[in-house]
Design a protein around this ligand. Structure first.
Ligand SMILES: C[S@@+](CC[C@H](N)C(=O)[O-])C[C@H]1O[C@@H](n2cnc3c(N)ncnc32)[C@H](O)[C@@H]1O
Length: 235
């Protein structure tokens, strides 16, 4: 597992092409996965939400459009500045202001206890040095009874899909990703390796329990290529 500084550097380098690469490499399915995540968060108007490892802010914006007032947090400045630029563009186009974005480490969130109604993280928890610490931090800043929702890659277990996925993910995606982002580093090889190594399904639900979250559940997406996990903060 690379250290925090290496992760920051890796995302800083891919930041300019990150959104473009996401759309191209997932054939646009990542947009649908975030939409499903918003549905599972089940935002009530006026709620306050925190999106951790927010990156360029796609999930934060989607949750804000659903009626929440959002804060997006990430520890990589170039990713955050893309998110911020999208908000500026939105206002210039006459649409409502976007989320507030700020620099923060997921493992030491700079917020008071019970500050938010829910917290989310999309494709970020896998990159954090200690996922249980980050989940515990997310639970701490959410009100009792609130929810913590995680969108993350999983490994498909359906035989044909599994083979095709592994070939694409290991052989094609790292080359395409580096090409689209013009990145010299191994960010997209790291993507493959980190997904293969990360606890998924039942094992991830165990991490949620270890972080003190109640009733952890999972919902597999697209034949088990991704999953949404949802837990509740103990009352
Ligand atoms: C794959 S991107 C996901 C971005 C966004 N959530 C999305 O759905 O596209 C992972 C993000 O996690 C951030 N990240 C990784 N470890 C972090 C940490 N410990 N604290 C804050 N952000 C972190 C990276 O800077 C990067 O922007």
């Amino acid at each position: 597992m690379p250290d925090g500084t290496t992760i920051q550097r890796m995302f800083a380098e891919v930041a300019p092409g990150y959104d473009r690469a996401n759309r191209a490499l997932s054939f646009g399915i990542d947009v649908w996965w975030r939409r499903k995540t918003v549905q599972l968060v089940a935002v009530r108007p006026g709620e306050h939400g925190l999106d951790v490892c927010a990156g360029t802010g796609d999930l934060s914006f989607a949750l804000q459009r659903a009626g929440a007032t959002m804060v997006g947090a990430d520890f990589c400045a170039p990713m955050l500045s893309r998110a911020h630029a999208k908000g500026v563009q939105q206002v210039r186009a006459g649409r409502p202001a976007g989320p507030v974005f700020l620099a923060a480490d997921a493992m030491a969130l700079p917020f008071a206890d019970a500050r938010f109604d829910f917290a989310t993280v999309a494709f970020g928890i896998r990159n954090v040095a200690d996922p249980v610490v980050a989940l515990r931090e997310m639970a701490r800043v959410v009100k009792p009874g609130g929810r913590v929702v995680v969108l993350e890659f999983t490994k498909p277990r359906v035989p044909v899909l599994g083979h095709a996925y592994r070939f694409y993910f290991k052989r094609i995606l790292p080359k395409l990703g580096s090409w689209i982002c013009g990145a010299r580093n191994d960010a997209y090889r790291y993507l493959h390796d980190s997904v293969m190594a990360f606890p998924e399904r039942e094992a991830f639900l165990e991490l949620m329990r270890a972080a003190g979250l109640a009733n952890p559940r999972q919902r597999l997406l697209t034949g088990g290529i991704a999953a949404i996990y949802r837990g509740e903060v103990q009352r």
